[in-house]
Design a protein around this ligand. Structure first.
Ligand code: TXA
Ligand code: MG
Length: 324
């Protein structure tokens, strides 16, 4: 079992920072999901992240820093788009993929010539990053391919036997991962929709391309079709489709976008948000999937959410979770 440390306690921050400096792994709260952190400049520590997550080596990690200035130290050819996005959205749920400086180990970037950088907005993450005074590589703190953790207890259940410390910062307010935006080519590309919406980004830098969410994209090795998957079989209903009736003896869980009455017959019914609010739905998404996954159901049926704003990130996660 890992020790769950209270992230609001300065002693806990110091303990976690010392562990990271010593090359150990620490899971910590961010505003998106919990991360599994390692000193990004320590290759042994980074290798340990892949081992603990069972993550394929080819999948690069996001490097976390406490402010824009220290983040951009690891990038070269930083252009006005990067500066505008950093200024507007950092700290926050945006990851920028930029040309990397040689100091960033190949293991972190999976040999790519680019590096993913993020300044998280959670006070616990920021306190930790300031205390360690080095870049922290952190994927979501879950075994590869599984639903990302949004509470310290989720991390404990998933990885508690493999790590020493979890820095608790409460449930994650955003609940889906950061938006990954690559600026390494002429056109900006959203490699992963996330906590900052495409619309918000386009206000700052004009039209962007969207990587396909139904196809793996070679520009972002992490955009595997099947990802974020609970063990139970998920069926994502097309927008506007009516809810199927479970067949006799079949134990089905139903996930609705907003709370509303449904016909009886489902073994469990969950809604992502009481009133169909995207922010609340994103924050609840992974916890809902996890709860249903623990019930040993035959099937979980999920209705689609409207695909704009944060709905895009939610649908991206649902498509990947439902892919087999
Ligand atoms: O919200 C988040 O981003 C969380 C928290 C902990 O910060 N982290 C997270 O990391 O979601 P992870 O490892 O689960 O996802 C990283 C994503 C992957 O899709 C990966 O392929 C992409 O970022 N990525 C990382 N470096 C890249 C690079 N150099 N070029 C393209 N994509 C990259
Ligand atoms: Mg992940």
């Amino acid at each position: 079992m890992a020790r769950i440390l209270d992230g609001s306690d300065p002693h806990a921050i110091a303990t976690a920072a010392a562990a990271l400096c010593a090359g150990e792994l620490v899971a910590f709260a961010t505003e998106t999901v919990y991360g599994l952190g390692a000193d990004a400049l320590n290759e042994r520590a980074v290798a340990q992240v892949f081992a603990v997550k069972n993550r394929p080596r080819f999948d690069p990690l996001i490097v976390h820093l406490p402010d824009t200035e220290s983040a951009l130290q690891y990038a070269r050819d930083v252009d006005s788009r990067a500066l505008a996005l950093a200024e507007r959205f950092w700290p926050g749920p945006l990851t920028l993929v930029l040309q990397k400086k040689p100091i960033v180990p190949d293991l972190v970037t999976a040999g790519l010539d680019s590096v993913a950088l993020r300044v998280p907005a959670h006070p616990v993450a920021l306190a930790l990053l300031r205390a360690v005074e080095r870049p922290i590589a952190a994927p979501s703190a879950n075994p590869f391919g599984y639903v990302s953790p949004t509470t310290a207890m989720h991390v404990q259940e998933l990885l508690g036997d493999k790590i020493q410390f979890i820095l608790d910062g409460g449930p994650c307010a955003v609940g889906v991962e950061s938006t990954v935006c690559a600026l390494t080519e002429k056109d900006a590309v959203i490699l992963r929709p996330g906590g900052v919406t495409v619309e918000e980004i386009e206000v700052m830098i004009g039209p962007v391309q969207l990587a396909s969410s139904t196809q793996a994209d070679s520009r972002s090795p992490g955009t595997l079709l099947q990802h974020y998957s609970p063990r139970v079989v998920l069926q994502l209903l097309p927008a506007g489709a009516s809810i199927p009736r479970p067949s006799a003896g079949e134990r089905v869980g139903l996930v609705l976008f907003a709370d509303r009455p449904v016909e009886p017959g489902n073994a469990a019914v969950e809604f992502l948000s009481e009133h169909g609010d995207f922010v609340e739905a994103a924050a609840n998404l992974f916890a809902v999937l996890r709860r249903l996954d623990d019930l040993g159901l035959d099937l979980v049926v999920i209705e689609s959410v409207p695909e704009h704003g944060l709905g895009r990130a939610i649908m991206d996660r649902l498509r990947r979770a439902a892919a087999r």
